[in-house]
Design a protein around this ligand. Sequence first.
Ligand SMILES: *Cc1c(COP(=O)(O)O)cnc(C)c1O
Length: 376
Amino acid sequence: MHTPDVEGIPVLRPQLPRTERLLPYLQRIDAARVYTNWGPLACEFEGRLARALSLPEGGVVSASSGTSALVGAILAVAGRASEERPLALIPAFTFVATATAAQECGYIPYLADVDAESWMLNPDDLLRRAALDQVGLVVPVAPFGRPVPQAAWRDFHDRTGIPVVIDGAASFEGLLELPERYLGPIAVALSFHATKSFATGEGGCVALNDIDLGERVTQALNFGIRVGRESQMAHINGKLSEYHAAVGLAELDCWAEKHASLCAVAGAYRERLAGTELAPRLLVAPDISSSYVLMFCRSAVEAERIQNSLRQSKVEFRLWYGRGLHRHGYFSALPHETLEVTDSIAPRVLGLPLAVDLSPAAIGYVAEALLHGSGA
Ligand SMILES: *Cc1c(COP(=O)(O)O)cnc(C)c1O
């Protein structure tokens, strides 16, 4: 029986490429003396990502974070909010960054409820609602890295004319798997934050097959400058430094191995809970990103009991999306529709411990605490 350290089992211990993997790339930076502004490493990183995602050259634009990738994509696709259409429709069930990015571009986030099955915004539902006349932007989110299909959103855009930018966040693995379904003319922003499975520490990118739009994203992330020194559009400084690109290139070198380790941990969780009544409610890769292991509790009461049991066993857990954006003090005054699904789901999705090197013994220990809490 595994007994954890006094500190317990942390919910996430990320691991990025070690120094020796970075060194050849860092030496290239020393030699080139280019440190940012799409230097040779950032360009190589974009090119390798584009090939991995079956996108044309120019189909991946690097960014300093997932949030800046979102801002760059929004400014390129929709521009800043207008007086006539001040609202950005976003799901209440997401990480804070989705709302932050919309606000940074001048929009008032309007929180919509998610679909009970997919945990995403449902474009057909939105089309049926009358209140789209003040909406200048929609940002569907890939919940826990479940990628957002492009087709239905292209249709939504064709019918309404409303710009769409996808917050793809942790959906890198899903995009790699089926790029033809999840990539296309709609810009998808990805996060390479340390907590994501594919990570550069801080970083992100925008992925799309529209090269002209990609160039506008680049411009939006670079002070609105395309040629010379003239700023020509709404913008931020959202550039990826060469140092972060170095981490990204080393992460790509090791990605197959890292992904296999994360999937092995997912498999070990699945195996350990197989045959128990918790098995059908364990969510792991490939259903979601391999950077999450989730227990979807039956009820708020069961979630409470499981959380108490985990606390007692010093197993750390996290509600990755909190209780919905509307439950954050800062966002509590935002306009929103009834959020029944979000209110029902959010408190029941528990993020469980994960690390590339999480031992089978530790996973067994977490499983016992879960089973004890659920009364199984
Ligand atoms: C991680 C994440 C982001 C972006 O986060 P950054 O820390 O800025 O890279 C955005 N949306 C969601 C849903 C996320 O999980």
